[in-house]
Design a binder for this molecule. Structure first.
Ligand code: SF4
Ligand code: SF4
Ligand code: FES
Length: 520
């Protein structure tokens, strides 16, 4: 439990965490101190001077809040006239050579310079000399595009490549108004986290070639979610928009701060995996390659399951705990074997010692907790004699087509409950479209046993049915995610006390351990 101190801000008493710098400490109680160069993951650099505040205790008249720890009894001044003047002066300085091209800037609407100008300045420019021009639209590599004229030289991007990725591709070259951020000649950004630079740049000087000019940010609905790109389960924002008469579309994923899981950042693969939520979707039910109605398809599946002598159900390691549980229940109902075989989701050597994991399954620990056999031996031996395989969205060919397995699947009558059109589902005689993870809510457990909850973010014109609903239509008794929990609690000791409604935003560590590999 952090020690708390009482201090005064503009004469008003507040209680904050002791020792935290004033920017972070006061933010918790809703008091903003404007700043550019400070970032909690990168520390205080003290170069921008936007955060200067007064402390009435005989110190120099102004101190940088980013380097000043909160202390008992401190009297902090934010609204004195000389502090407001400093803020206006810093903004005037930052804007001398700034192109003020907000109407065509991707950052407009979430830009610190724009917001601070509106909140702390509104002064007209006094500059009557020609502006210094610099490089525009410079390709820095890894999908990052730099505009030197918009840069406020806060150095966050440079520090990111030095302190976080340890790749050091960026530097600030030259001095005074010739200073600019640059890559070294012929050495573009080359790391798997480069697009975080776009997030941490406080202005529109770093943009993403993927997102540039696709959507104005004020049209985006920003919902919390969890990346399903690997077993780290990073916290993200799902930024999406539904245009009139069109469908809900995801435009980007961004990092959501979670000090229990990913810190402040996410990897570029996960960030760009939003595109797969929009594309290549299975949207209609089919039987023997022809489109049929969804209800008709459900009836067909029920009939086949009733007739099957020894059905086998296969779950994806990406399904939520609730969905896995619901499939487990209907497997019992139909006397089916159950497997979570998913070796192809593991790409040996692809992970790193930061966030990216070898295992691309979002809920591998869920399979373990629910005691679903994921061994190759059990799956292959059961596949030999099953007369009906029902695959609940498991991409057995995640890391490439396994020809031997494909030959075996081709010989087996199979039903695919699938969110995407993938090679692994091609041999299925019946395909039922289902929701992907941005389209339903549930819980998953990451590689460090952090249980996280996520809610449905996307609402489509025609909402795809979630696996859980499909199991209900096939005769299961679980009507929605909360209904799965009494059964889960009863059968899994580690989850016996869990109420999913009370899982905090950063998740719950099921092992009560602080030993998670948090990013930064
Ligand atoms: S590009 Fe952005 S993050 Fe980098 S120094 Fe300039 S303003 Fe700061
Ligand atoms: S590290 Fe894994 S979970 Fe995190 S953003 Fe990347 S792919 Fe997604
Ligand atoms: S945030 Fe304190 S000097 Fe830049």
């Amino acid at each position: 439990m952090a020690e708390m101190v009482k201090l005064f801000v503009n004469g008003q008493e507040v209680e904050v965490e002791s020792g935290k710098n004033l920017i972070d400490a006061l933010k918790v109680v809703g008091i903003e101190i404007p700043h550019f160069c400070y970032h909690p993951a990168l520390g205080a650099d003290g170069n921008c001077r936007m955060c200067l505040v007064g402390i009435e205790d005989g110190r120099p008249p102004l101190v940088p809040a980013c380097k000043t720890p909160a202390q008992e009894g401190m009297k902090v001044q934010l609204d004195a006239e000389h502090i407001k003047k400093i803020q206006r002066d810093v903004l005037e300085f930052e804007l001398i050579n700034h192109p003020v091209d907000c109407p065509v800037c991707d950052q407009a609407g979430e830009c610190a310079l724009q917001d601070y100008y509106m909140s702390y300045s509104l002064d007209d420019s006094r500059m009557r000399v020609e502006q210094v021009t610099k490089g525009k639209k410079i390709d820095f590599g890894s999908g990052v595009v730099h505009d030197q004229e918009r840069c406020v030289l806060c150095g966050r991007c440079v520090r990111f490549t030095r302190q976080i990725t340890h790749t050091g591709e960026l530097g600030i070259v030259n001095r005074t108004d010739a200073a600019r951020v640059s890559i070294f000649p012929g050495k573009p950004l080359n790391n798997r986290y480069a697009l975080n630079i776009v997030d941490i740049c406080p202005v529109g000087a770093m943009t993403s070639s993927d997102f540039r000019f696709k959507q104005r940010v004020w049209f985006l609905q920003k919902d919390p979610g969890i990346c399903h790109g690997c077993s780290k389960g990073c916290s993200i924002y799902i930024d999406h928009h539904r245009e009139k008469y069109k469908d809900d579309v995801i435009y980007r994923f961004r990092a959501r701060t979670n000090l229990k899981v990913n810190g402040y950042f996410i990897c570029d693969f996960g960030r760009l995996s939003y595109a797969a939520e929009n594309e290549n979707r299975q949207t209609t039910a089919t039987a023997d390659g022809s489109a049929i109605g969804f209800d008709e398809a459900i009836e067909l599946v029920r009939e086949r399951l009733d007739r099957a002598r020894k059905p086998l159900m296969l779950v994806s390691p990406d399904l939520s705990l609730e969905q896995m549980w619901a499939v487990k229940r209907i497997a019992t109902l139909y006397g089916a074997d159950l497997s979570g075989y998913s070796d192809s989701y593991v790409i040996d050597g692809d992970g790193d010692d930061y966030l990216i994991n070898d295992d691309k399954a979002a809920n591998r620990k869920g399979l373990e907790l629910l005691d679903i056999d994921s061994s190759k031996e059990q799956f292959i031996s059961t596949l030999q004699y099953t007369d009906l395989l029902v695959n609940f969205n498991n991409d057995l060919f995640y890391s490439g087509v396994d020809e031997e397995l494909k030959a075996q699947l081709d010989k087996t009558q199979s039903i695919a409950v699938c969110s995407h059109q993938l090679p692994v589902f091609e041999s299925a005689t019946i395909a039922l479209p289902t929701a992907s993870y941005s389209e339903y809510g549930g819980t998953i457990v990451n590689e460090d046993y952090v249980l996280q909850r996520f809610d449905k973010a996307l609402f489509k014109n025609e909402d795809p049915r979630d696996v859980l609903e499909i199991t209900r239509l096939l005769g299961g008794a679980i009507i929605d995610a909360p209904h799965a929990w009494p059964g889960i609690r009863q059968s899994v000791a580690d989850l016996a006390d869990i109420d999913p409604e009370t899982i905090p935003a950063e998740g719950l560590n099921l092992q009560n351990s602080e030993d998670t590999n948090v990013g930064a």
